[in-house]
Structure formats: structure tokens, C-alpha cells
Design a protein around this ligand. Structure first.
Ligand code: HEC
Length: 126
């Protein structure tokens, strides 16, 4: 009986340690992503849902492309039929004008998967 209790508390300790590590990891990823987002923040505001030169990216993950009201998107993006899934966001980061030729957004190229992960973690936190 006693052994069972010991085993269970070891298990509980392991579980809480794992989730602690995961939380820290997530926070770290967001922080790293915030740094990378400096490449984007000249045009994309995050302090409110306002559009600046680029559309707001708050809630962009799984949003339909070109769906923010009153933002004047390019015809190319409007006709793209894309949804901003993680996979499409990666493709956009890696070469937006390759994914959507004719987009109004200036060329960006973030091909490093780790950097993409950080940026995605940050975008999800917005
Ligand atoms: C020079 C200004 C500029 C920079 C820098 C920039 N963007 Fe954009 N972004 C735009 C514009 C303008 C659009 C609208 C494009 C269109 O209509 O074709 C846009 C559109 C987008 C969209 C589609 C949003 C929607 O509502 O469909 C995403 C996602 C996006 N940008 C992400 C990023 C990320 C991530 C970065 C940084 C790596 C970045 N942008 C850097 C100007 C910029």
C-alpha cells in the first residue's frame, strides 16, 4: 500500500513537472516570436484590432484570408481562397509573394522552421 502511494506521488510530480516545462516552453516560444515579429510590426499593429498599413493579425490563425472589413486588400489576396492555417502561414512567411503572386505585402522570407514556430506561437497568443 505504502509503495503504491509513493509511486503515485512520483507520477504526480512527474506530470506537474512536465506541464510546467511545457508552459515555460510556450512562453519562451512566444517571447522569441515577439522578437521576430519586429520584422512585421512596422505594418501590422497588435495593440488593438486597428489596421495600419497592413491588416490586424489579431486572431489571424485559422481566419479566412482578406476577411478584415474596411481593409483594402489586393485583388490577388481576395481571390486566393486561402485560410490562414498553420501550414499556409508557414508558406506565407517563407515567401508571401510566391504563395500569392500580386500581393500588396512586401516580400518576407522566413524559411527557418524554428523561427516559423516562434512566430506562430506569438501569432496564436495575440
Ligand atoms: C511593408 C509592410 C508589411 C510588412 C513588413 C509585413 N506585412 Fe503582412 N501584410 C501587409 C499588407 C499590405 C498586407 C495585405 C496584403 C494584400 O492585400 O495583398 C499584409 C497581409 C498579411 C497577412 C494576411 C492577413 C489577412 O487578413 O488575410 C498575414 C498573415 C501577414 N501579412 C503576416 C505578416 C507577417 C508574419 C509579417 C512579418 C514576417 C508581415 N506580414 C510583414 C504589409 C506588411
Amino acid at each position: 500500500m505504502k509503495r503504491k502511494i509513493v509511486a503515485m506521488s512520483i507520477l504526480a510530480a512527474t506530470i506537474s513537472f512536465t506541464s510546467l516545462a511545457e508552459n515555460n516552453n510556450e512562453a519562451m516560444m512566444e517571447t522569441a516570436g515577439k522578437e521576430i515579429f519586429k520584422k512585421c510590426s512596422a505594418c501590422h499593429s497588435t495593440d488593438s484590432s486597428k489596421n495600419t498599413f497592413g491588416p490586424s493579425l489579431i486572431g489571424v490563425v485559422n481566419r479566412k484570408a482578406a476577411s478584415i472589413p474596411r481593409f483594402s486588400y489586393s485583388e490577388a489576396l481576395k481571390k486566393s481562397g486561402l485560410t490562414w492555417t498553420e501550414a499556409n502561414l508557414r508558406r506565407w512567411m517563407a515567401g508571401n509573394d510566391i504563395l500569392v503572386p500580386g500581393t500588396r505585402m512586401r516580400h518576407v522570407q522566413i524559411t527557418d522552421v524554428a523561427e516559423q514556430n516562434y512566430l506562430l506561437a506569438y501569432l496564436k497568443s495575440l
